[in-house]
Design a protein around this ligand. Sequence first.
Ligand code: IVH
Length: 681
Amino acid sequence: MVSNITKTYSTSEIRALKAKYDKLLSEVNLHDRLYYRENNPRISDFEYDCLKSEVERLQEILAVYSVEIEDTAIGDDSNSGFQSFAHLSPMMSLSNTYSREELFQFSNHLGATLGPRKFSYVIEPKIDGIAINLIYKKGKIFRALTRGNGVVGDDVSANIKTIRDLPREIENYAEAIEIRGEVYMDKQTFIEINKTREEQGLELFANPRNLAAGTLKTLNIDEVAERDLKLITYAIGHCSEKIVNLQSEVLELLKNFGFASQEKYWLAEDIEGAWKCVEELNETRHIFPYWTDGAVLKVNELQLYGILGATAKSPRWAIAYKFAPERATTKIKNIVLQVGRTGIITPVADLESIQLSGTNVSRATLHNADEISKKDIRIGDYVTVEKAGEIIPAIVAVDSTKRNADSIPFIFPRTCPSCGSQLIQLPGEVAWRCQNLCCLPQIQRRLEHFVSRAAMDIDGLGTVIIEKLMAVKKLNNIADIYRLTFNDLECLEKFGTKSALKILSNIDGSKNRPLWRLLHGFGILGIGEQTAKILASHFHSLDNLIAATPEELEQLNGIGMKLSSAIVAFFREQHNGNTLNDLRMLGIIPGDRHLEISQNQNSKFYGKNFVLTGTLSSMTRQEAIEKIEHLGGNVANTISGRVNILIAGENCGSKLEKAQSLGLEIWNETDLLENLNGSVA
Ligand code: IVH
């Protein structure tokens, strides 16, 4: 981005540089098309940025030698199927860098251009989403446009209106105002969608940015609503009135208008201070609900923007500093085939252990057979590993030059590695499945899912104990959990009386869980926590649900034909029917009184997300969760920006600090009790 041409080039060198430029430009154009139009990039952002900066370097050299070249355009995300309209003021892009040095050079340029004028910085998270331009007229939402080619964008108003926290009306400050921001999908939603797809044997979405972009460009509005897109705003484009003087005031104004705001932003007087904020963002961004791929540094004083101006593509008053993905090289020791709860066979690379973004990584999912053959991943290969979306270790490249001469491609088996049944691939699916419901790892995964925190929450009954109980035939299905005796548990190797009693008491405690937990625990294909909650609060009892027709089910929000058939098929299946009868006899099927989630929207709990930390003296953790859920609240395990309230009991640890750093509301036990008493279900 900053000119650095010191060398002199001969005519033949320039010719060679021009040829290289043309080649790289056509690559950039290809990747632009894949990224902006098809939402299906083939290379990582980091690789794309490196390619683009090399093109820009060549462009600069060729310009000095007056070579005529085709210019790189700003990425164009427009799609057919949508009407296009002009933005009131153009939507530019940001220049970006991965280098601290270039960030300081950016600051030097500002200083040189602005001379004696004083300026400061705002540092904001760079949200990895899709740019959106919201036009409000006389305070009412008028139109929502994608960036398109920067001058004209696609009208995605109908889709944008599915976003729950989009203010339909804002204070009527101006005849027309453009509010700019980012549409994104939060990490939790993305992970849940991919989890469901994995269970259904469908190809996984590569990252939340592409999924959000694809969703925003969908013509099926119900599909958009189901995907639960979110919005954060950070700028004002055209505005018929001058309303603020500072970027920090823009951010506050947008918050007052009712827009969801950035998790956090920082102010700094100089570039050293700004750099500290960038570093702080890099440390805290992992707990944000959205993916951030960098920091945006903006000059805070808006009146200086006119003086600083812009290049053809980006303003000179801002820059994006991007966080380079942390990568490491390691060797694949083995490729292990895991049998999942729904019979899907997932290949996993067993790696020579490495440190990546602060954790030890020794395994990486290879997703499916297609992924292995596409990347030609083999046992013994040296590979580059990166954490996709900051969390999940993924293999991004294979170094085939380091292969042994006797290396052979990995052959995905056609029989189940556990029970030997023939594997099948259903139409439209990439996954290979074992269809034998009695295949032991499948039974084990189903049991693990049933007792998990997200379902029946039976603490202590972990993977190892389940495996041991299965080996001695004490656990064959979920009903058996409620038949376990003290003797069954105590007989297990290295198992004490105290642990056995604790587990039995936890199993007993789980008999009163709300219906949605039981439904979720059944592991019906495609029924995650949210859908289980929708079903439970609509049908109130398991018997009502079992009696529901597909048509009745499809009336519910988020339930289409595929899910309704999965539900009906699950309850019709004879073995499942027998297990349900057993559960009934064992006193597990909850009656109506547990099921209803309060519809009292005035309750302090309704629709809010809570996290509990520390110990409570007046009730158990589980009792607190049930009370909150009964009043319409949700309880999560980890702190993120999606959380509204942290309930801090005695001896709480790092969650309290995180919540404080995010400015979340914090209740102590007395606050909780007062609010519970004040909330009528
Ligand atoms: S300000 C002139 N602030 O990043 C453009 N953009 O790579 C002014 N983005 O096109 C944009 N977070 O879509 C701004 N806090 C933030 C942002 C942000 C994400 C996006 C935006 C922009 C792209 C540039």
